[in-house]
Design a binder for this molecule. Sequence first.
Ligand SMILES: C[S@@+](CC[C@H](N)C(=O)[O-])C[C@H]1O[C@@H](n2cnc3c(N)ncnc32)[C@H](O)[C@@H]1O
Length: 184
Amino acid sequence: MQEALTEPFVKLLDLGTGTGCILVSCLASMPMAHGTGTDIHPATLAVAEDNARTHSLANRARFLLSDWFTAVEGRFDLIVSNPPYIAEGEMAALSPEVLHEPRRALTPGGDGLDAYRAIARGAPARLMPGGRLIVEIGPSQGAAVAALFAAQGLTGIRILPDLDGRDRVVAARKPAGDTGCGTA
Ligand SMILES: C[S@@+](CC[C@H](N)C(=O)[O-])C[C@H]1O[C@@H](n2cnc3c(N)ncnc32)[C@H](O)[C@@H]1O
């Protein structure tokens, strides 16, 4: 999630934080920032909390049990997420190393885009004007995720490749003059 660090931020939200690795590494690189990590799985949040303590970030990180945005309050200048994105039909083809992950971390079911739909719907209300939304994606999902973000009024949408040239991230921004809550 290198893209997250290309601009300063002070209030970070990591949706589906898992072990907290993205939240912890972003906060470690931005000493003035505070962050909230959410997950739907309580045991996962305990691991994330532990991770934040290990990296001396407990005073800048908090964790919340939440189905995407449902328990989230306030606004953030950066929202990041690496949600489950594998389509139901692609699960059978996954290698055994990947399949040891819990199912909820891998797939939202269906076409693999449901997490992005929920994130796109909820983001405008939780982003400050000018705030950024950055998500990791499966390599074939760039155009679909970009369209979901555009439909919610987000702008400056970019699909970013990894070092192998495969699309891996979609970044977008809430317009600076937009103080509203989107179309959710
Ligand atoms: C692919 S893992 C990513 C974990 C971590 N962010 C990372 O990058 O390693 C997806 C995470 O999303 C969480 N998740 C799945 N459905 C969710 C939901 N409805 N609301 C919040 N988190 C959810 C899973 O429990 C899992 O921790």
